[in-house]
Design a binder for this molecule. Sequence first.
Ligand code: ADP
Length: 354
Amino acid sequence: MAEIRLEQVRKAYGGVVAVHGVDLTIRDGEFVVFLGPSGCGKSTTLRMIAGLEEVTAGTIRIGARDVTELEPKDRNIAMVFQNYALYPHKTIYDNLAFGLRMRKMDPAEIDVRVQKAARMLGLEDYLARKPKQLSGGQMQRVALGRALVREPDVFLLDEPLSNLDAKLRVRMREEIARLHQDVGTSMVYVTHDQVEAMTLANRIVIMRDGHVQQIGAPLEVYDRPANLFVAGFIGSPEMNLIEGRVENGLFVAGSLRVALPAGTQASGDVALGIRPEHLALTSEADGVAFTVRVIEQLGAQTLCVGEAGGERLRILVDRVDSWSPGQSIGVRFPAAKLHLFAKSSGQRIETAKP
Ligand code: ADP
């Protein structure tokens, strides 16, 4: 087990910069998720940690060792990919044992490790099978097992669940979380799926265009997104973001007026953010008039898209059966739940504590 430290790690392909100077310390035993849209540089960063890509500049340390120039095989990492990359003609047992045999490990020790991994992953009954006789979820478990038997300092996982169907993805997500709890080894995990990041990570590193946008615990980035990009990327359904301006302690957009917490230091053009689950229902007399347009019943909750003061808003509330399109209801913008961002820079503006 070991801490991983990236210092000003940069990657350019010719003139194209894929990763601009990342500084990050991943604590021993931590589960860190790199999250961002396709092309933001998350895989490249992971592959630099693995040694599969050379860094253009910067230093990578694992534990006390500077591994920047080391071959992947000398870094004591294990990697799990989206395509399981199993040997089709070998049994599951041999797939799990292969890497250890290549390292000339004692067969008795190999057997101990393979049996232990198979037990942890529920693969005991499949050891004699070939990969094509397994389901996608089972194959991904074998891929995880192959990393597990190595007993590495760090697990690196690149979109490991994206080939699985939605239901299986949720189940495997739980298994990976449990595996991390059981082995306690640092894991670095790449995904574009913010739900996966929120549910698995101790800390999320949110990236865009090769730049780190924010690093924080899932609920930290949910509660205090550092900028408009993070605000829009984290949270499902997405945060409502309304462009407008601050006038005399009020947020103003069209005919919509929202009171900001007293003492908030902001002026000029801003974007106001409020999560769909934070808009509160109230009487029309006490709140802002909201016209219901589209109703999505999710079961326990109702998601509704509509308009208030000419602005499109989503609200998410405990199940309501009685709404119909065209109906007007009252909504409230609780001051403690408001987010403000400067329009020019997109950066968060702290609101006063109400
Ligand atoms: P992500 O994993 O976030 O989808 P990547 O790390 O794979 O993104 O890629 C980051 C950027 O680097 C992208 O713009 C991609 O096109 C570019 N890139 C990745 N690999 C190469 C390569 N081998 N040659 C040139 N450009 C690359």
